[in-house]
Design a protein around this ligand. Sequence first.
Ligand code: RM4
Ligand code: MN
Ligand code: MN
Length: 424
Amino acid sequence: MLIEKYAIQEHNNSAATAHQRRFEQLAGQVPQVDSLLQKLVDFQIAIPSWALGTGGTRFGRFSGGGEPRSLEEKIEDVGLLHTLNRSSDAVSLHIPWDIPTSAASLKALAAQFGLHFDAMNSNTFQDQPEQAHSYKFGSLQHTDKAVRKQAIEHNIEVIRYGQELGSNVLSVWLADGSSFPGQLNFRKAYQRTLESLQEIYAALPGDWKVFIEYKAFEPNFYSTTVGDWGQSYTLATKLGSKAYTLVDLGHHLPNANIEQIVALLLNEGKLGGFHFNDSKYGDDDLTTGSINPYQLFLIFNELVEGMDARGMNHVSDLGWMIDASHNVKDPLEDLLQAVEAIKIAYAQALLVNTKALQEAQEQNDVTMAQEILQQAYRTDVRPLVAEARLRAGGALQPLHLFRSLKVRDRLVKERGAGAVATGL
Ligand code: RM4
Ligand code: MN
Ligand code: MN
């Protein structure tokens, strides 16, 4: 389904007066408000194809209906989000869940919605029906060379699909590891993983990057071969300048200081990108900003400070992506909330008085340092985010418009109540 321009216009007209009042009140207090707004307009977050349907847990899956039945319908759903918020101009595909029948026509469809293809994700954590060898005991780390070869070839195939679609990043997440002590020789598993990655790296086109994603546990519960940022960082360093670490917010052990990890990876020039989500316990894949928005702000504070210190482009020098799974919420509503939360955290980070903060840090003025951070965090920046969306042609209140247009009901009517998307 399509959302007509006039529907957005009507919605914006009806919300204009209240928005204008809130925006003007805030704008007066923000230094260089126009340049800040432009940064918010430019900042885009890619949507993963597998978050467009209701996710399950290992106990069950409760689909809400109207989920995309094909890759084309996934593109339409991301197009819908982007029409509403003008902040999600890319989609990230997972192979083999999303093998295009015709890359050219898929590209053309995406372009109609102003979308392009972000990182391509390989999948060596599930066995496919026609597959010769099983990944039960790992893929790139596997003791059997034939299994490793199959996994390497799969990754190279993913690069090829990505080239046809105009992507330039391969994102590798490995479920490899062990579930019991003694099962695996850690050193050999790491070495085999490195050698396999080297073969994939050799097939990487010149203008591509490869992101190595780490995860502390699950589906293996004793060891994960790329279990933390250190393991990812050493692999990325050994691979070369096109390899980077990818930080998925849910992939740390409890209470990890993710903002510090981010700051150091940036400092080493090895931060590739992000998978945004939120969690209370583990890889919960909850909506970004729903559990710990302060942590999200602290992460963005390090990102903005670190990127500015290195003269990096906020929009294009790192990969920004959501990676979540929605068990009880409408996936599209959830993604609208996640994008909003990310933009809010980014806007708050842009408000931090960096100069004053650095002075306080140099003087060990701990109290003032906290005041400066929280001054930014406690500012209600939603009118800025809404104004940026308005300037970009989006809706002042995307979620309200999604509901008042009864988008989900229309999708259910169009696709059926039993339509279930591929994914986890
Ligand atoms: C993993 C990891 C990967 C994603 C899969 C679906 O936990 O976060 O990024 O590709 O889930
Ligand atoms: Mn991830
Ligand atoms: Mn994950």
